[in-house]
Each structure stands twice: as structure tokens, then as C-alpha cells.
Write a protein that binds this ligand. Structure first.
Ligand code: CMC
Length: 425
């Protein structure tokens, strides 16, 4: 806390508000005492509101910086793998070789789901969206583990983290297999996290699947680049749900629901739907014009970000990986991917996008990579949810291991004032 105070004058009242400085980022004004003065702050969309203190992730949107526990995302993507990033997010430090070994072994020991859970899938229609299935099945994990879990115990919380990180790829692949009418594939614990996921997606009992190393690396990068992103809509949802004392499995299910929307995690799916709609390079100009037209609700999916007003550092890494994958699969001349590249170029040069700092975001490139790998668009957000689970969990864990209050925003009420119910004749 600094000695500096902000002064707010309202009518004849002068209110002094403490100012706090974090290790990075803007100072915050502590407005908690305003309620005692009969005032609320008004900030729809939480554009200027810090709702919590956190030591996990830092973003400087203007400079295009993303740090997890202090480490820049591009360095993590280059040097670490997803499980190492999971350990870092959860524990605050990179693992020693012994810790790393123990962490991987424990995650591997939890990859299977309770056999009874596989019956849940039959309750869903075959054409159900995999996000709907994932939301339900992850919420159902509470039915298996809630009663045995003491949330005040650090060790038990860690076991919940192992369960979630280990089981999410299994559940995600089961969502896919169910929609395809193919048998579920068991996890293979001798494979890496990314290879195992690809194996559960693409192998069948009649045919083995060996992951191409370029594809496995790209998959792992997608996991890393989506692992956490500070207090975004889904993470804030997880924190809010967790602030009521709900169990972590239910909280993660609420995060999955919040992620689903096209303004958040649904954007990677929306990118591909948009490219399909555009259909041909010759129509790109028309769609760019639509995106710029204020009377048209259409937006270019995969462009723009609430926080980044510079190139999203994740998108930089993802762009590189995208080119590696397209080259490896010989898809550089595929019409869809050529169209994506042309759209990227136009948007990066167009005055409207340049002025508003609307750069391609991480979902623009991840959608293209996933499509090239052969993953159906309906699975894109499921893969985002799988990757983000560790971020959600780390935030939930940070909150419950410190003192916290139930989240309860206030409102600016604009409805009718008190009125009497009309007398019945
Ligand atoms: N296409 C066309 N115009 C846009 C776009 C876009 N994709 N994004 C923003 N704008 C315009 C918007 O119309 C506004 O213009 P003006 O100032 O003339 O009114 C200006 O840019 C600022 O936009 P905003 O709506 O105030 O920005 P926001 O911070 O509320 O929204 C966003 C951020 C990501 C929801 C938005 O950029 C968007 O809808 N993008 C497309 C969806 C998308 O790709 N979402 C994934 C985000 S990254 C993944 C994640 O973190 O979940």
C-alpha cells in the first residue's frame, strides 16, 4: 500500500480512498468504503475494476506482454511443455527435475475416468454440441469426488487439480468419440499429454495412431497458450462460483459454460464458421466491409481483444506454429488456409483495424491449426476448455487458500420505484 490517497468529492463530502500498487500494472483505488457513504461504483463489463488480488498471471495489453508467474509466454512456449506450465501456474515456481517427475507420474495415474461416468454420455443426443456434453460431464465429477473432498486441506485441493488436469483430455476425446459413434479409447499413460490426447481422439480399437511430432508439438503449444489469461470472463466466473464455497468440479463446469460464447472461447469455432461463410477469396473485401459497417452486427471473428491493443503475444507464437503445421501437412495452398492468410493481411493493413488496434488474436490461428489437424470445429472450444482448466483451477485455489468473501456485485437500479398492487375489482 502506498501513502498516496485518491480524493473523491461528491456534493459536500470529500472521501479519501487508499491507493495500492502491485508488482506490475496500474495502481488500484480501494473503493470498498464507498458503500458506507451510500455510494456504489459503476463499471459494466468490469473495464476498470480489479475484483481480486492475484499473483498468477500478468498482462500488459498495450505492450503485448503476457507473463505466467513472471515468465514470458513465448519463453514458456519455446522451452516448456504443458504439464510444466501446469505445475508453474499451480505452485508458483518451475518444478525441479524430481518435482517434475512426480507431477507427471501423478497426473498419469489419474487419466482414467470412473467407469460409471461413461454411461452419462448415452444420455446425450448423438448430435449434442460437445461443449454441452463437457459442461455436464465435468459438473458430474462432483458427484464422484465432492463428498470425499475437504476444500480447506491443501493436499486434497492438489488431488482435485491432478484429477481435473488428467481427466480433461479423456473427457474431451470421449465427447468427440461419442459424436462420431466410435468406441471410447482408453488413455495411454506412456505417451506425452498431447500425444495421449491425439491418440484418444484419432485411434480406434482396430487401428493404432502414432502422432506426427510436428502435430503433437502444435497441440502442446495450443494447450500452453490457452492455459491461463488472468481475470477473463470464464476465470471470473470460476472465482465467483468458488466464492460461494462450491466444489472445484462445479466451479470448473461454470467456467466451461462461460467460455462457450463466441465473444470468448467460442471464437476459434466462429473463425472457421466465418471462413466457411466467406467461401472464397473474392468475397473477403465484402466481409471486411460488413465488419466495418456500424449498421451491420457482423464482426471479423478472431480479431480484436478486450485487453490487447497490440499483437497478442500468444497469437505471435500460434502464427509461427500455424505455418509449421500447414507446411508439414502440405496444406499451404489449401483454399481455406490461403483465404485465412489473405484476410489476416488485409486486416493488418486496413485503416479501420489498424486505428482500433484490432489484431488477429490467438483464436484466429488456433482454429486454423485445429482444422488442419483434422479436429472438427465443434471440438475447438472443448480443447480451449481442456487447456484452460489449470488456469481456472489455479485461480480457484489461490482464492480459497486466502481469505475471501462471497462475490456480490451491486447495480444501478433503473426500474419502477415502489408502487402499490392495483386493487382487484
Ligand atoms: N470486427 C470488427 N470490428 C470490431 C471487432 C471485430 N472483430 N472487434 C472490435 N471491433 C470494433 C468495435 O465495433 C468498436 O468500434 P467503434 O469504436 O467504432 O465503436 C471497437 O472495435 C472497439 O470494440 P469493443 O467492442 O469496444 O471492444 P471490446 O473490448 O468490448 O471487445 C472483443 C473485445 C474480443 C469481444 C471484440 O473485439 C470481438 O467481438 N472480437 C471478435 C470475437 C473474438 O475474436 N473473440 C476472441 C477474443 S480472444 C480469446 C479470449 O480471450 O477469449
Amino acid at each position: 500500500m502506498s501513502n498516496e490517497k485518491a480524493t473523491l468529492s461528491v456534493g459536500d463530502k470529500t472521501i479519501e480512498l487508499p491507493i495500492y500498487s502491485g508488482s506490475e500494472g496500474p495502481d488500484v483505488v480501494d473503493v470498498r468504503s464507498l458503500v458506507q457513504q451510500g455510494l456504489f461504483t459503476y463499471d459494466p463489463g468490469f473495464v476498470s475494476t480489479a475484483a481480486c488480488e492475484s499473483a498468477i498471471t500478468f498482462i500488459d495489453g498495450a505492450k503485448g506482454i503476457l507473463l505466467h508467474r513472471g515468465y514470458p509466454i513465448d519463453q514458456l512456449a519455446e522451452n516448456a511443455d504443458y504439464l510444466e506450465v501446469c505445475y508453474l501456474l499451480l505452485h508458483g515456481e518451475l518444478p525441479t527435475p524430481e518435482e517434475d517427475e512426480r507431477f507427471r507420474t501423478t497426473v498419469n495415474n489419474h487419466t482414467m475416468i470412473h467407469d460409471q461416468m461413461s454411461h452419462f454420455f448415452n444420455g446425450f443426443r448423438r448430435d449434442a454440441h460437445p461443449m454441452a456434453i463437457m459442461c455436464g460431464v465435468v459438473g458430474a465429477l462432483s458427484a464422484f469426488y465432492h463428498d470425499t473432498m475437504d476444500m480447506t486441506d491443501e493436499h486434497e485441493r492438489e488431488i482435485a487439480a491432478f484429477r481435473l488436469v488428467a481427466k480433461m483430455p479423456t473427457i474431451a476425446a470421449m465427447c468427440y468419440k461419442y459424436s462420431m459413434g466410435q468406441p471410447f479409447m482408453f488413455p495411454r499413460n506412456n505417451l506425452s499429454y498431447a500425444e495421449n490426447f491425439l491418440q484418444m481422439m484419432f485411434a480406434t480399437p482396430c487401428e493404432e495412431y502414432t502422432a506426427n511430432p510436428v502435430i503433437a508439438k502444435a497441440m502442446d503449444r495450443i494447450f500452453i497458450l490457452h492455459a491461463d489469461h488472468e481475470q477473463n470472463a470464464s476465470t471470473s466466473t470460476v472465482r465467483l462460483a468458488g466464492s460461494t464455497g462450491a466444489n472445484p468440479f462445479a466451479c470448473i463446469a461454470s467456467g466451461i459454460a462461460a467460455l462457450w460464447g463466441p465473444a470468448h472461447g467460442g471464437a476459434n469455432e466462429a473463425v472457421l464458421t466465418m471462413l466457411g461463410e466467406i467461401g472464397d477469396e473474392s468475397r473477403i473485401e465484402e466481409y471486411v466491409a460488413k465488419a466495418k459497417d456500424k449498421d451491420d452486427p457482423f464482426r471479423l471473428m478472431g480479431f480484436g481483444h478486450r485487453v490487447y491493443k497490440n499483437f497478442d503475444p500468444r497469437a505471435k507464437v500460434m502464427r509461427e506454429t500455424c505455418h509449421e503445421v500447414l507446411k508439414e501437412l502440405g496444406l499451404e495452398d489449401d483454399p481455406l488456409f490461403k483465404m485465412a492468410q489473405k484476410l489476416e493481411k488485409i486486416a493488418l493493413e486496413d485503416e479501420y483495424f489498424v486505428q482500433r488496434k484490432l489484431y488477429p488474436n490467438v483464436d484466429f490461428y488456433s482454429g486454423i491449426i485445429l482444422k488442419a489437424i483434422g479436429i472438427p470445429t465443434s471440438m475447438f472450444t472443448v480443447i480451449f476448455a481442456l487447456s484452460r482448466t489449470i488456469g481456472w483451477f489455479a485461480h480457484w485455489n489461490e482464492m480459497v487458500s486466502t481469505s475471501y468473501r462471497i462475490g456480490r456485485p451491486r447495480q444501478l437500479y433503473t426500474g419502477p420505484s415502489k408502487r402499490d398492487y392495483p386493487k382487484k375489482k
